[in-house]
Design a protein. Structure first.
Length: 190
């Protein structure tokens, strides 16, 4: 009788985790359409912003001076060491611009990563919830038929899969919030 109660507690805990995981799944599925809306335009605007930052960097006077000095120095047979010093001195002045361009490019990469990760993870969560439901039903059935070890294995599998699904769901919520911040930033331009 005691093992039956223990198995029943594991099954009930797994059922509770299934409810939590399904609730998180529905929450994420309800947010996905609003995040996917205008995603192509947002990605395009982020790429355009990175490109404009690069154009701004390349058209700055500091880059022009550095290129001009390099072009003039080549026919004059200036020593390589002096040319390296000149380029290095001007390069240090450009680090701020380069950091801005790098940040814009990282934003584009992050938007693409977040959108792909959200779509893939939500489909995995849906499948994990379905598998867990089937495992819980089979576990309950085997418990009723008095196959304790099989019921324990199935309920343990369901429990493990549901813990993974809940962890993935919580990561997805974090990703959705981050994508929402990018969405808010770039929809001001639409």
């Amino acid at each position: 009788m005691i093992p039956n109660i223990l198995f029943l507690e594991i099954i009930l805990t797994s059922a509770f985790l299934l409810i939590i995981s399904t609730g998180l799944q529905f929450y994420l599925e309800s947010r996905l359409p609003s995040l996917s809306k205008d995603l192509d335009k947002i990605t395009f605007l982020a790429k355009l912003e990175a490109l404009l930052s690069l154009v701004q960097l390349l058209s700055s006077d500091k880059v022009s001076d550095m290129l001009e000095g390099t072009i003039i120095a080549s026919p004059l047979n200036v020593k390589i060491e002096e040319l390296e010093k000149y380029v290095s001195a001007n390069w240090d002045n450009l680090k701020g611009f380069i950091d801005i361009v790098n940040e814009k490019i990282k934003n584009v990469d992050r938007i693409i990563f977040l959108s792909e990760e959200l779509n893939a993870t939500i489909s995995h969560i849906i499948n994990e919830n379905k598998i867990s439901l089937v495992l819980l039903i089979l576990s309950s059935l085997f418990l009723l038929l008095n196959f304790m070890s099989v019921a324990f294995v199935f309920s343990g599998l369901a429990f493990g899969i549901l813990v993974i699904a809940i962890t993935s769901s919580l990561n997805c919520v974090k990703y959705a919030n981050e994508l929402k911040s990018f969405h808010s930033k770039y929809t001001l331009h639409l």
